[in-house]
Design a binder for this molecule. Structure first.
Ligand code: GLC
Length: 479
């Protein structure tokens, strides 16, 4: 079985969010389970030189995008047992950052076309092209529209995975017609049309042979108008080809027992975990005190993550005997909110408005509680890392958060975290208070939660098996 992942980001090359974690780790597990999985990405200028210097050029040719003929180079790099290909064109990709340019349709349209055209030259004929998010949504469309009559491509199946339905890649129709040479019937309401424009993501969802998303609950939620982002009816229509498969995390990278960033490795020992907390308090200039519960927030600071709930009750949270450690960047208003809280409450808040991988690991290891009150959450990765680092999650019951955190029940002793269901600031506040109460006053319950967290398996093993089963199903009629 041969599978090509096409995506716009992957750890350790380029990352803005959880997508990069998935693309950087799932192929490793699929390889372990016997598949020939390779990954293709844009060659961004931001990819660290240590990797860029190791890449070798294996093909160079021209691709048509609209009336323009553009150079494309395919470079290759083996990384931790997986083959990564990079699509090189300096005009499109040698810019700072990954996204946010005015010619996004052309850049990622070029990438989609480049992926398809590169295959014969890569000496790799995949059974399945596994596309991720809107940036790769045109691959299934173009394959069906322009390549299906070519023998090399005729058997290739496509899978589209939704990591976030909110990002849809909508552009104006004349532009996409020009870029891709598609006929008018591709732009009707039952085709690519969305919000008056045309959407890459919708194309991927319509034309792929299979659709998946990153948790079972999200797979159900997106079939409703509330979470459906105007694509719910399409997703209901395709529900027989829509599967939710929960993300895992890389158990080697995220392992408190062998994590090089921690001052004290640990697995089940709370006193050892506590050593990390004391060191971090010292490092961040917070009062050094093992007994104060440390609440962590490691996230992009955007609306989706429930930050307006926190904003609403921040002063109540800070009136409790807690420490709040925030790591991330995003919406300037939220960055400012945490900076200001740190200024007014230096003994309680540390606002780390940047991103740094070692510090993230230290925060997971040091914190007692991990807050994630998302408005919606396709899967969520922070809570999985938190569970592995025995930082008890406080989450809203939505998407992958609902599927991976089991609410603590003090009567049965079951559960791995604290949860609330309505998107309401006081429900969240009440849940934080409840969690803090157990931390401070009910050691037995706290130890029970720790025990329960130990039993969970959030590695990629099972989910990779589910992907493999789907790939097999997709190609079973191939000759
Ligand atoms: C997106 C989603 C997040 C998910 C990640 C990886 O970032 O918002 O919930 O975990 O993709 O699938």
């Amino acid at each position: 079985m041969k599978v090509l992942f096409a995506a716009s980001e992957a750890v350790p090359f380029a990352k803005t969010g959880g997508l990069a974690d998935v693309i950087g780790s799932l192929p490793k597990e699929l390889t372990r389970q016997g598949l020939d999985v390779r990954v293709i990405l844009p060659k961004y200028g931001d990819i660290p030189a240590v990797y860029r210097d190791e890449m070798t050029l294996i093909a160079a040719f021209d691709v048509y995008i609209g009336w323009r003929k553009q150079y494309i180079g395919i470079e290759v790099l083996e990384y931790e047992g997986v083959t990564f290909y990079f699509v090189d064109n300096e005009f499109y990709f040698k810019r700072p950052g990954l996204y946010g340019y005015g010619d996004e349709a052309e850049r990622f349209g070029f990438f989609c076309r480049g992926v398809i055209e590169a295959l014969p030259l890569m000496d790799f004929q995949p059974d399945v092209i596994h596309c991720h998010d809107w940036q790769t949504g045109m691959i299934p469309v173009l394959l069906k529209a322009h390549y299906s009559h070519v023998p090399f491509y005729s058997q290739i199946k496509t899978m589209s995975t939704i990591h976030n339905l909110k990002y849809q890649g909508v552009f104006n129709q004349p532009l996409l017609k020009d870029l891709f040479g598609l006929s008018d019937d591709h732009f009707t309401g039952t085709a690519l049309e969305l919000h008056g424009g045309a959407s890459f993501l919708k194309g991927g969802l319509l034309y792929a042979d299979q659709i998946t998303t990153v948790s079972q609950t999200y797979a159900e939620e997106i079939q409703t108008p509330f979470y459906g982002e105007f694509l719910d009816s399409l997703l209901r229509h395709r529900k027989d080809q829509l599967t939710g498969i929960v993300n895992g995390i890389d158990y080697e990278v995220f392992d408190p027992m062998s994590d090089p960033h921690l001052v004290q490795p640990y697995r089940d020992s709370l006193p050892k975990k506590e050593q990390n907390k004391l060191a971090l308090q010292e490092q961040l200039g917070l009062p050094v005190n093992a007994d104060v519960p440390m609440i962590a927030l490691v996230t992009r600071l955007v609306q989706q993550k429930g930050l307006d709930l926190i904003q609403h009750v921040l002063s109540e949270i800070l009136s409790m005997d807690v420490q709040l450690v925030v790591l991330g960047t995003g919406d300037p208003a939220y960055e400012q909110m945490f900076r200001q809280a740190a200024e007014t409450h230096p003994d309680k808040v540390s606002a780390q408005i940047w991103f740094n991988e070692p510090l993230a690991h230290q925060i997971y290891a040091s914190s007692d509680l991990f807050l994630m009150p998302s408005q919606f959450e396709p899967c969520g990765i922070g809570q999985l890392i938190a569970l592995r680092y025995r930082s008890v999650p406080i989450v809203r019951e939505t998407g992958g958060l609902k599927d991976t955190v089991q609410p603590f029940n003090e009567f049965t002793g079951e559960g791995t975290g604290f949860t609330f269901s309505h998107y309401n600031a006081h429900d969240m506040l009440h849940t934080i208070r409840r969690a803090v109460y157990f931390y401070k006053n009910d050691r037995d319950s706290w130890l029970k939660i720790q025990q329960n967290m130990k039993k969970g398996d959030f590695s990629w093993k099972k989910s990779a098996q589910q992907y493999i089963a789907l790939y097999k199903e997709m190609i079973k009629h191939n000759v």
